[in-house]
Structure formats: C-alpha cells, structure tokens
Design a protein around this ligand. Structure first.
Ligand code: DX5
Ligand code: ZN
Length: 222
C-alpha cells in the first residue's frame, strides 16, 4: 500500500503544531520526523522532548528517522515520546541487531536506513525483523536536495530480495528529493512509502498534492 510521509523538516519549526494539524487535515498517512545530532550528519534538529510535545497535536503515526551516531542510546526516549516507527542507519555506531531488538522490545516498529554510498545488501540479514527499509535518495542532513536516480537499482534489488524471502509487502521508504516529478520512478522501482519535505510544504494545496502523489505512485506501479 502506498503511503505518504511528509517531512516536517520543511515546516516552520516555530509552528510545528499547526503543521501537524495541516497534515492531519490533508490526508497524510504518517508524519516523518528527522532527528539529527550534528555528528552523524552536519545538521542539528530536534530530540525526544519536542517529539513528546508534538504527540498532542495529531493522531497520525510518527515515523521517526534517527540520523544520529548512537541510536541505541535513545530508542527508549523516542519510544516513550510517542514514536510509532523508529528508523536508524546501518552506518551509525550502535549494533544493528541490538538496536532492532531494543525498538521491538519497546513495542515499536523498526526501520533500517542506508545512505547513498551503502550497499543495500547490508540490510538483508535483518529483513525478517524490520517493518521498513529506508533507501536514502539524497545524502542525509538537509531538505531540498535533488533526487538521486542512481539509487533506483538499490530499491529494485531490495524489492526483489523481499519477494524472494517471503516478505513481498515489506515497506520500502524513499527519502530525499521526492516530488511529483520523481515519485513515479521510485514507485516503479518498488518503493511504497514516500517521504517528502520541500515539495509538499511548498505546495499551495497540501491535500491536493498528497492526493496527486498517491495517484502518480499507483499509476507508476501498474
Ligand atoms: C534529509 C531528511 C529528509 C528531508 C527530505 O536528510 O532525511 O527527510 O526532509 O526533504 P526533501 O523532500 O526536501 O528532499
Ligand atoms: Zn528523513
């Protein structure tokens, strides 16, 4: 099932509650929250205390993308703050298996992300415990970058591997440069959860743009 996860990285951080109300009213499927520590990526955003405050503003699932060096250290904080799905990077310092275990033990869904330079086979040993794999289509750290079409073969290979292993429905998320111009190629390659920051938040009609994204994704998969 195709789902749209707008990234509030492109919202006005002074008015995040309003942004969540807009997303709720516009038919977003979840809310993508980018957590950056200034070490794993050269940018700093928000932590669990802010996520906890945002939890009051929407019932939409929180799709928390940890771009931090030590995800294992913060899993409990984000789980308690109201994250529903916690995604961390294979390139981080925490052990991958151990971090997945901690997320599942906290009663949350686990996602595993790869940067553009990382081989997709890195996630294969963990597929049976994951709800989602995030294939980054830009270098993580900033919104507004261009979609990297050279990541499409990774998405295709991952979808094929999921089918081979008996998890044909595993969520494959793409994050970075997703717009009406690029969502179709990502969907055709096998992605079904689409993060979008700048394209959605710069649109005049969020609800119409979310509907358009879904229509384009579904059409590309036929
Ligand atoms: C980038 C973040 C993305 C970002 C995407 O490191 O992980 O979630 O918000 O922004 P756009 O859609 O503008 O590329
Ligand atoms: Zn993200």
């Amino acid at each position: 099932m195709n789902r749209i996860s707008p990234s509030v990285l492109s919202a006005d951080y002074g008015h995040l509650a309003e942004a969540l109300e807009l997303l709720t009213a516009s038919g977003a499927d979840m809310v993508h929250i980018d957590v950056m520590d200034g070490h794993f990526v050269p940018n700093i955003t928000i932590g669990a205390p802010v996520v906890r405050c945002l939890r009051k503003s929407t019932a939409l699932p929180f799709d928390v993308h940890l771009m931090i060096d030590e995800p294992l250290r913060y899993v409990a904080d984000f789980a308690q703050a109201g994250a529903d799905r916690i995604t961390f990077h294979t390139e981080a310092e925490s052990g991958v298996g151990e971090t997945i275990d901690a997320i599942l033990a906290a009663g949350k869904e686990a996602g595993l992300a790869v940067k553009p330079g990382t081989d997709i086979t890195e996630v294969y040993p963990y597929l049976d415990r994951l709800s989602m794999v995030l294939v980054m289509t830009v270098e993580p750290g900033f919104g507004g970058q261009s979609f990297r079409a050279d990541m499409l073969p990774k998405i295709r290979a991952l979808r094929e591997e999921c089918v081979r292993r008996g998890f044909p429905e595993l969520d494959i998320q793409v994050d970075g440069g997703i717009s009406a111009q690029t969502i179709g190629e990502a969907a055709a390659a096998g992605a079904n959860v689409f993060v979008s920051g700048s394209a959605l938040f710069s649109s005049k009609d969020m609800a119409a743009e979310i509907r358009r994204f879904k229509t384009l994704a579904t059409a590309a998969q036929m």
